[in-house]
Ligand binder design. Structure first.
Ligand code: PLP
Length: 436
């Protein structure tokens, strides 16, 4: 399928959009259209990978990557996204669910997108000729997922930037534990600074000459598209259990994960309302309450992977709606402070509901508010990471150690190193040129 540039630059084929990440204009690529799938054709899918292939078929039809779609889905989406009931929460006659997206190698949902992107890039003809350098800014989980997905793959090197001191100790360890073709830098600055460094580098003509640059941030369609498949899978699991529409609360930072839910709904999967839960960074909540869209510097919170002051996918979401009035009618966003995050984690553990990570806790808080206001229907909170990744926050609140998933434990057992880096384009450029 043709992909359109949100800022009016030339349209490109899907595989080109996946290879480039950001459009040369600075805009984002969006699929030309998203049409509903033939009624019920998805009902026979037996696994997440199978459903992904069905749901993504139209985007990949006629593309260079089309013939590999089956293989890519099987290889990248080979761990489950279970939908489980949440006990001990009011439902007003409806049911409460959690969609668990943390069963991949780095225990956060970013694994789905990163693995799919890696599987796509490796199958592009460029990759077989010139090695690709993938730049990724991370507020915590993206970098680790991308590193795990690309580690040891020939023809690719990955450069990860994270804000020094603003990710959890385990996240920082994960970022530096790969070595080989993975280069990890800790930046003296915020996540927004890291993201700006990547954007500037991607648009630097001299760097583009020296290195085949690509990005792996949530601006990449190669990450966004596979993410819609677990929402489709959740809708299917819910439908099989006799449910009708499943409503969602999605923990949101750069809006990639939530946007994938919007795409799944546009494809015709039985999803109802989609509510964005953010941390104390208020840009989205303010916009959906009627203020102008006003990006600003991010503030550090307990849900650090969502410390975003300028949600990069907002431009895509806006592009799909005639105007801001229509957009505001379609969604709701709520900002959740650190005090509420702490309160949710502590009380959910005490009531035997679950142990939530700080990001997931924002969504749980928002759903509890919706229920308290009398909201009916079946709702799922999206669990974006395993609580063991944030043990310094979670363990004191729940009063006991959180068991570490095996793949995470293996990474933590390896040595780890990240180079310091000033938040300055010329310094970063010199480092990149040294990798050419
Ligand atoms: C990245 C991340 C988010 C935010 O996702 P976006 O796609 O940026 O909105 C939420 N929770 C966790 C654990 C994450 O890693």
């Amino acid at each position: 399928m043709i992909c359109v540039d949100t800022r009016g630059g030339p349209s490109v084929a899907l595989h080109q959009a996946i290879a480039r990440g950001l459009a040369p204009s600075g805009g984002l690529y969006v699929p030309e259209h998203i049409s509903p799938l033939p009624d019920g054709c998805w009902q026979k899918a037996q696994s997440l990978a199978q459903l992904a292939e069905l749901a993504l078929a139209e985007f990949f039809a006629d593309d260079l990557l089309g013939p590999s779609l089956n293989e890519i889905c099987q290889e990248a989406l080979n761990f489950d996204a279970p939908l489980r009931p949440v006990p001990a929460m009011a439902g007003n006659g409806g049911k409460n669910w959690v969609l668990e997206l943390f069963h991949g190698p780095t225990a956060a949902f970013k694994d789905y997108g990163a693995r799919f992107l890696a599987a796509c890039l490796q199958r592009l003809p460029q990759a077989q000729n010139h090695p690709i350098t993938i730049l990724v800014a991370t507020s915590g989980d993206t970098g680790a997922a991308v590193a795990a997905a690309f580690h040891g793959r020939p023809g690719v090197q990955v450069v990860i930037l994270h804000p020094d001191g603003r990710v959890s100790a385990r996240q920082a360890h994960q970022l530096g534990c790969f070595g080989d073709n993975i280069h990890s830098f800790r930046v003296a600055g915020s996540f927004d600074d890291c993201q700006a460094l990547v954007k500037t580098a991607l648009n630097d003509a001299e760097l583009r000459q020296a290195l085949a640059l690509s990005s792996a941030n949530s601006i990449s369609l190669g990450r966004l598209l596979p993410q819609l498949s677990y929402y489709a899978w959740a809708a299917l699991q819910h439908h099989r259990g006799g449910g009708t529409e499943l409503n969602l609360v999605v923990p949101t930072g750069n809006l990639g994960n939530a946007l994938a839910a919007v795409m799944a709904r546009r494809l015709g999967f039985p999803l109802g309302r989609i509510v964005f839960a953010t941390n104390a960074n208020p840009v989205l909540a303010d916009f959906f309450e009627g203020a102008d869209y006003a990006p600003r510097a991010s503030v550090a919170t307990l849900a650090n992977a969502m410390d975003v002051g300028a949600p990069s996918n907002f431009e895509r979401l806006r592009w799909w709606y005639e105007n801001d009035v229509r957009l505001r009618e379609s969604f709701q966003a709520q900002a959740v402070g650190d005090a509420e995050i702490r309160q949710v984690i502590a009380s959910a553990a005490q009531s035997g509901q679950a142990i939530w990570c700080p990001h997931t806790a924002t969504a749980v808080y928002v759903l509890e508010q919706l229920r308290a206001q009398g909201t009916t229907g079946d709702w799922a909170v999206v669990a974006t990471a395993h609580p063991a990744k944030f043990e310094t926050i979670v363990e004191p609140l729940v009063g006991s150690p959180v068991a570490v998933p095996a793949s995470l434990a293996a990474m933590l057992a390896r040595p780890s190193h990240s180079e310091p880096l000033a938040a300055d384009h010329e310094t970063f450029k010199a480092q990149l040129l040294a990798l050419a």
